[in-house]
Design a protein around this ligand. Structure first.
Ligand code: PAF
Length: 285
């Protein structure tokens, strides 16, 4: 595996693979590689592609300095895992490499409206930071395929929209949420949970699953009541509910009688850690 830190080296290696007609896959990460990332890598490798993983804790997508400063950093261990899974290139740029003119007043890519709703309304400028860094990585690597997990579902929709609007010739492949045995969705932030909080974290998913089951067969009963019951259960378990929505899966708008699939999207606080999760449901009318 090649460990690359500079843009010139990155471009040189990518070019040599492209000259030999290889298909390039990009898996953007912020490091602290876990089984959720590995699922993306395995999918890319199963498609016989040159697998590029980027590790960059992108400062412009953090709305709280505390979160940025405390984001888990484990580059050495990450590289060991990436070698084990036969990743071809890991790109680990510095902040200066990715933002040559600094992170104030940087040139950005912004997907309007959808970046402002739901999680975007809670985390100021978060999605602007995400689309900007992903667009930089797309420009530098020019992958044929890029892989994203479905855990941050809004992020996935926003990136697909950016690819369409900016005419990127890149196929976005989404991979279902990868969960621990308990049901807890893998996340780099899970390692920051205290021992006690880790023990209850999986109940987030269990409560959402319960809500999903009720919703599946009772779509006509009051959505507000179902949401309020789930919020109550979450609070009783020890979570502080940041958001809980039930929306049309296709466009993240309110459910209508035409909605075939809906999605439960939720964010909760557990101590100082914010967890997100979602469940897609087919409606049995
Ligand atoms: O989902 C993430 O880990 C990040 O938002 C991403 C896509 C790597 C951009 O920094």
């Amino acid at each position: 595996m090649k460990i690359v830190r500079s843009i010139s080296k990155l471009k040189q290696i990518i070019k040599s693979f492209k000259d030999s007609n290889y298909i390039i896959s990009l898996i953007p990460t912020m490091g602290n590689i876990h089984d959720g990332h590995i699922a993306l890598i395995k999918r890319a490798k199963s498609m016989n592609t040159i697998c590029v993983v980027s590790i960059f804790i992108n400062p412009t997508q953090f709305d709280r300095l505390y979160d940025f400063n405390n984001y888990p950093r484990s580059i050495k261990l990450d590289c060991k895992k990436l070698i084990f899974y036969n990743v071809d290139i890991v790109f680990i740029p510095s902040i200066l490499t990715m933002y040559p003119n600094g992170i104030n007043n940087y040139t950005y890519i912004y997907v309007p409206v959808i970046s402002e709703i739901l999680d975007g309304s809670k985390r100021l400028n978060h999605y602007k930071g995400v689309t900007t860094i992903i667009s930089k990585l797309f420009n530098l690597i020019q992958p044929n395929l890029a892989f994203f997990g479905e855990k941050d579902f809004q992020q996935l929709i926003i990136i697909k929209r950016m690819v369409c609007d900016m005419h990127y010739n890149i196929k976005i492949i989404s991979v279902p949420i990868f969960r621990e045995k308990s049901g807890l969705a893998y996340s780099s932030r899970n390692t920051l949970l205290s021992k006690d909080n880790y023990k209850i974290a999986h109940k987030f998913y269990l409560i959402l699953k319960d809500l999903a089951n009720k919703l599946k067969y009772n779509i006509h009963c009051s959505i507000v009541n179902l949401i309020n019951t789930a919020k109550y259960q979450l609070q009783e378990t020890g979570f502080i509910v940041d958001s809980l929505y039930i929306l049309d899966y296709k466009n993240l708008t309110n459910i209508t009688s035409n909605s075939k699939y809906v999605i439960i999207l939720s964010a909760v606080w557990l101590g100082k850690i914010r967890l997100i999760d979602n469940i897609k449901i087919k409606i049995n009318n």
